[in-house]
Every structure is written in structure tokens, then in C-alpha cells.
Design a protein around this ligand. Sequence first.
Ligand SMILES: Cc1ncc(COP(=O)(O)O)c(C=O)c1O
Length: 412
Amino acid sequence: MTNGEHDQDIHFDGTAMYAGSTADDAWRRLPTMTPYLLDTLGQGRIPVTLESGEGALLWDVLGRTFWDFYGGHAVTLIGQGHPRWADAIARQARTLSFFTTLADVPVRSRAAAALCKFTSMDAAFFVNAGAEANEAALKIARKSTGRPVIIAMEHGFHGRTMGALGVTWGYRDQHAPAHGEVRFVPFGDLEAFKRALDERVAGVITEPIQGIAGLVVPPEGWLAEVQRLAHANGSVLIADEVQSGIGRAGVPLVSHAMGATPDLVTVGKGVGGGFPVAALLLTKKMVDTVRPGEHGTTFGGAPLACAAVEVTLDILEQEGMLAKANALGDAMKEKLAIPGVVTVRGDGAWIGVVLEKPAKPIAAMLLERGFIVGTSSDPNVLRLAPPAVMPIYVIDQLAEALGLALAAVVKA
Ligand SMILES: Cc1ncc(COP(=O)(O)O)c(C=O)c1O
């Protein structure tokens, strides 16, 4: 089957997609996946059909090799196919493949204890995705305070389900009327935050560093002050660390590193090392507000997911992944600061490269040279979230390819 305009060289099975392609073409081409999959990305898709991966490397169906500077969407901090990770999931599959939260299973309790220890939080509730973790956090903030309003940040991202979408800047407008009573304030602006706070505010939700917005870092001390003001107002602080947390930024939780102690923290992406799992983390004070029957899930805390969490946290600790992420971040900050780059920001294996020119054509050219990188909602920012196991020497290769791509754009 072919897809109309490009039926000379693009087939839905992806086999001929590189024929005659240029870097510029790559991003413009229509998706090559089967029509039996709903396409919600269109031209936003990375035009490769991936088949396998190992560590920081990926291979496509044509046998081309790519360095993964996107981490499969800021997920695979421990890399692709870690042997201990794969073994733990397989072992759990043979031991007890599934039972819901109605009955205790040891691996769930172990994973919760390990996650709380890793993040210095008091309790965990496992769910399936970041958006679902944020749904739970928003519900608890409203129920525990008996107030209706949530303050969220301009350009923040919290997910695509109705409640999470309601606090997600921009995306919520596609599905108007958006859910919930939400007040948006500029990220990092304390005065605006103070003006939005009143006795109707249940809580504030924010990423400590905005990821999809392009690794936007707030002013020093901002988050801790937001927490102080929120608490003085009787409101709770929800830190969305779905992207930033669990070592991605070189620390267990960015909010804690910023001197804040949020009441509720959501984590996802890297927490299962690539297995779909996320969690709501609570302080003891918040645990005491939740009554039986107020929340639940069938698949959250599934044994396979919990086996993945348990082994992922162990790999992060035993194999020094946070230190590796930090070394990678330092190298990226140093080596990617080349002409045509305005600044390189972020921490650990989570870096935003702010370009003088639009990032999308640059990302397409990097893809042609064997580097998969992310973009962001800021059109000039490349978002890099490689596995911590990315070899440092590859940063030099990326810097060279980036330099060539930037030079080509300037020439064009
Ligand atoms: C900060 C943040 N929160 C929430 C989400 C939503 O997570 P999920 O796609 O797993 O629902 C994302 C996803 O990119 C995110 O970056």
C-alpha cells in the first residue's frame, strides 16, 4: 500500500522510504506505518522504522545504525535491552504474570519501598503513565483541601488525559472546553504566582524544569518559594517529575535538589527502564488524606511493571547511572556550545540546545547522519535525553554533525 503523493518511493511498510531522500525531505514525508495504526503525529513523526536496540544504539529495518539522543522519549536512561532488566521481567512473567492491587504481591511492595527510598518520599501509588499519575495527584489535591482551583504554569506539559490536559498549557485549547478550574501563570514568575493564589486554590502543579517547553530552568529558589507560599495559603505543591525525575537530570528528584519538598510528586518515563509504568509519590501528610475507595486502577502496580521498577532502580544505583548522566551532561554542555548555538542548558542526561535557527531541519539532518534527537515546543530548541550509557566520545561526533548541519542551514 502506498500513500498518495509519495507513492513512488514511500510504502506503508517503510521499505523504500530512504530512496532519494534528502535531509529536508525526511521531516516532510508522510508516515510509513500501517494504516491500521491511528496516526496522531503526522509530520511530527521521526521518519525511521526501528527494529532493535542495545544500550545507546538503535537499528532500523534497513540496517541503518543510530545513536539515540532522544532516549525513546526521555525514557531509556538505562539504555535499550539491559540484560538484568530483561531477565527480571522474564523471571516475573514466569512467577506471577498478573494480579491487580486487590491482593498484595511481594514485588509490588518491594518496588514501592525501593522507589520511596530512592526518592525520599513516603508512599507510592503505581499507575500506567505520567498523565495518569498527574490525574491522581490533581484528585488528591482537590479532595484533601476541599478546594476547586489548580494553578499551573504557562508552557507546562502534564499529559493528554482530561484532567492532565486541563493543566497543560496550549494543548488544552485543542479540546475546549478544557477540564477543571485552572489558572495559568508564567513559569518562574513569583509575583504572578502570588496574584493567582487565594483561598479557592487547592494546589499548584509544575515541572521543576520544563521539559517539552525546551528545558526551561526557573530562577534559583523559585520552586522552594512557590512551596512556601502555597503551604501558607493551605494549598499543596505537586511536582511533575515525569520527565525530570529518577536520575534523568542526574539526581533522584530535581525538586528536592532545588530545595523543595513537594507534597505530591509524579514520576514516569524512566522509572521502569522502558516498561510502561509511572507512579504518584506522596508525603506522609498526603497519605493520611486518602480514604479507601477514593482511587484505584486495574493495571497500575502490575507485577511485571513492578519487577521493571525494582530492577531499574537497582541498575541506576549499582551501575552508577546518575554519575554517568552527570558526566554526559557536562560533556554535552561543553562540546555542543559551538557557533550557531545560543546556549546549552539543563542537567544530567537531559539537555536543551538552544539554536539560532529552527531546530526541526537540524534534527532531520542529524538523523541522516545517524543521530536521533528530540525537538521541543520551542521551535529553536533541540531536546537531548540520551541513555546514561551513551559513550562520551559520541558527543564529539554529535558536535561535529551539529556543526555541519548548522553550517548547511546558514548556507541555504
Ligand atoms: C512533564 C511530563 N508530564 C507528564 C507527561 C505525560 O506522560 P505520559 O505520556 O506517560 O502520559 C509527560 C510526557 O511527555 C511529561 O513530559
